[in-house]
Ligand binder design. Structure first.
Ligand SMILES: CC(C)(COP(=O)(O)OP(=O)(O)OC[C@H]1O[C@@H](n2cnc3c(N)ncnc32)[C@H](O)[C@@H]1OP(=O)(O)O)[C@@H](O)C(=O)NCCC(=O)NCCS
Length: 228
């Protein structure tokens, strides 16, 4: 019954695509059945170390609430990350705190299956979400924060065009020492310029192909497009 209600609600959210296709991954709306994967991912201390402010993993009731609010709830545009081909579910990514007045949103990503780290899947998922945010939703700015020791994430975001714009000094206590929290952002004109540059160069860089979208047409936008 809950699943039926959920699906009925999702059908009317036309700004929220059913799927976004990349070369390596396909992003799909979360379904209630994905909860078991969330429980496994977010009870892992290694994931918690990289992605959580609090020391240690979430309790199961916290994971369940997180899934209801952040994955299938109406407040954030969360997508499950599946591998192309096998369709294996490997992670989740989301735009949250979408602010129509200021054209901004926060980006979050977790590849929960650890054997899928370091293979370019998260980076492609980020590119796809960024393209959706700027091209379809008409956002102006996407920001995120990342712990300074998370080199893989910082490199991944940088390769998608995010710039470090600030550091909260010694904001995180982890592994027995203090670490900065790095704030990164990407503006729509910067993203558009990078895209044009890559196209203009006829570069062999994978960027445009990786971010190629086969999203269905969306009538209602979350944020009205602004003058470009
Ligand atoms: C962060 C994350 C999204 C990155 O996605 P990914 O698909 O694993 O990343 P990629 O394979 O594209 O690698 C990104 C970059 O990190 C580099 N890298 C890979 N493994 C690395 C490692 N162990 N240490 C440092 N750099 C590493 C890659 O070479 C690549 O750099 P390059 O673009 O300069 O070549 C993903 O690993 C993840 O979700 N990790 C767990 C949770 C997490 O950290 N979330 C982010 C919280 S802010």
């Amino acid at each position: 019954m809950a699943a039926m209600v959920y699906r009925a609600v999702m059908v009317v959210r036309t700004w929220f695509p059913a799927s976004l296709e990349g070369r390596l991954v396909v992003l799909r709306r979360h379904v209630p059945e994905n909860l078991s994967a969330f429980r496994r991912w977010y009870s892992d201390p290694e994931i918690a170390r990289l992605a959580r402010y609090k020391e240690g993993p979430m309790r199961m009731d916290e994971v369940d609430r997180f899934f209801q609010v952040r994955a299938v709830g109406p407040g954030s545009l969360a997508m499950a990350i599946h591998l192309q081909g096998s369709d294996r579910l490997i992670g989740t990514c989301a735009l949250s705190q979408m602010d129509g007045d200021n054209g901004s949103a926060l980006f979050h990503i977790t590849i929960g299956e650890k054997d899928a780290w370091g293979r370019g899947y998260g980076t492609e998922a980020t590119r796809i979400m960024v393209a959706h945010a700027f091209e379809t939703l008409g956002l102006h700015r996407i920001s995120l924060s990342v712990f300074a020791f998370n080199e893989r994430a910082i490199r991944s975001y940088a390769s998608c065009g995010f710039t470090a714009e600030g550091r909260a000094r010694e904001a995180i206590w982890r592994d027995g020492q203090w670490w900065d929290e790095v704030s990164m952002s990407l503006l729509e004109p910067e993203w558009r310029q990078r895209k044009a540059q890559v196209k203009g160069d006829h570069a062999t860089v994978a960027e445009p192909q990786r971010g190629d979208l086969a999203a269905p047409h969306h009538g209602d936008l979350a944020v009205p497009p602004r003058g470009r």
